[in-house]
Ligand binder design. Structure first.
Ligand code: HEC
Ligand code: HEC
Length: 356
């Protein structure tokens, strides 16, 4: 049966209205983002301190206070426009507080809410010190995944994928897997802001392009670093319960107090997913390296290489989100395990208490 002309007109009209609506929405969102780019940036307290300390301001030239303080020598860089300064500030906020815990509009998470899924992850849980971890003397620390060192050396091959990944794609991987979120476009403002911040850090620390610095990436812990007695997750579980669970919880779900994440999740729906290189099954050298150099917080460097491998192996056995590439069956299985295993762990915990 042929459609009547009226029906055709009405459906055509509806389609046009829908498209026009979508167009207007896109224009509106675009303008909203443009306005955000022009607004003054309210900094997290961490960023306020760091950027002040490095002397960031809009000027014709930039001179790093860090370098002046440490070496007595001044180095002059090209300065930053007010727009550059705002980009650097926004980037710092995102790295410091992807959770949005320090903003008035927490749900927006510094406008990155489109790309994060769980309620726990923030870049600086792994890229500590807002991507610039230092000790009390201001020395940058080996294996602390520093963002400045990563920026100056980002035209090297990525060790896990074997690909030559631009700095933005390296961030993207962390959004998708380490933070178990969604993929931002390569030219997304968010990534550009993080790049602007990392690049500013490199100027502040006076790092040289294409040089390799010890704080870049995680310094891996391989089997060769151990006595080769074999990795053991049972042993790892014991050390985890002794040295890590006070902060990260028995089932690895972290510690949340008054709706604030105090200690991040290392397992479960809010932690890095199965495709993250922190997962022992994806890379058996990276998480051990992270643990050996950066944990337990306050006692960094106190664990033996074998212990770090055992703990990382154990953490890898705890259920977590599958990651979007894994497909629906794997995702479903992980969801099921995430529901079952923590309950079992709690049951055993109670039994322990009865026994002890
Ligand atoms: C759960 C831990 C974790 C979280 C959360 C995390 N990262 Fe990462 N990130 C890593 C690890 C591990 C690497 C790989 C280091 C290596 O290969 O040596 C990495 C690598 C990177 C690199 C490339 C480093 C290099 O030198 O190649 C960038 C850039 C980066 N992350 C940015 C981010 C940003 C931005 C966020 C927040 C959206 C984030 N990361 C969140 C753990 C994390
Ligand atoms: C005193 C509390 C504390 C202890 C003990 C501790 N951590 Fe952490 N851990 C933290 C905090 C806080 C962070 C986030 C980074 C930061 O704020 O410096 C973190 C981050 C992490 C991360 C990266 C973030 C993520 O979500 O994956 C891993 C992995 C981790 N810890 C593993 C361990 C392991 C393994 C141990 C035991 C050997 C341990 N931690 C002991 C407090 C602690």
């Amino acid at each position: 049966m042929r459609q009547s002309t009226t029906t055709q007109l009405v459906s055509g009209g509806i389609t046009i209205l829908l498209l026009a609506g979508l167009y207007l929405l896109a224009v509106f969102k675009h303008e909203e983002r443009q306005e955000q780019r022009e607004n003054e940036v309210k900094l997290t307290s961490g960023c306020q301190q760091k950027l002040d300390d490095y002397g960031l301001k809009a000027d014709r030239v930039y001179q790093s206070k860090y370098r002046l303080r440490r070496t007595g020598a001044a180095n002059i860089h090209t300065g930053y426009s007010p727009e550059d300064v705002r980009a650097i500030q926004r980037g710092c906020n995102i790295v410091d507080d992807l959770l949005g815990q320090d903003t008035d509009d927490r749900l927006k998470r510094w406008n990155s809410d489109r790309f994060v899924r769980g309620t726990h992850t923030s870049c600086d849980q792994c890229h500590q010190g807002i991507g610039d971890k230092q000790n009390a003397d201001g020395d940058r620390l080996v294996g602390s995944i520093g963002l400045a060192a990563s920026w100056v050396n980002s035209d090297t091959y990525d060790r896990v994928t074997g690909l030559l990944l631009p700095f933005e794609m390296r961030q993207m991987q962390c959004f998708i897997n380490s933070s178990n979120g969604y993929k931002p476009n390569i030219n997304n403002d968010l990534l550009r802001d993080i790049t602007a911040y990392s690049r500013f850090l490199a100027a502040a620390l006076n790092l040289k392009i294409q040089h390799r610095y010890p704080e870049q990436g995680v310094t891996e812990v391989t089997i060769t670093d151990t006595q080769r007695s074999g990795d053991d997750y049972i042993r790892g579980g014991e050390i985890y319960r002794e040295k890590c669970s006070v902060c990260h919880g028995r089932n690895g779900h972290g510690t949340v107090v008054n709706d604030r994440v105090i200690f991040p999740a290392v397992a479960g729906p809010n932690a890095f997913n199965l495709q993250s290189r922190n997962y022992f099954g994806t890379s058996d050298t990276i998480l051990p390296g992270f643990i050996c150099h950066n944990m337990p917080l306050g006692q960094e460097g106190s664990l033996q290489p074998q212990e770090c491998r055992d703990i990382a192996y154990y953490i890898g056995t705890l259920p977590r989100a599958a990651g979007d590439k894994a497909g629906p069956l794997a995702a479903l299985w992980q969801q099921l395990m995430m529901a079952v295993i923590p309950a079992l762990i709690s049951a055993f915990e109670n039994e322990d208490m009865v026994d002890g």
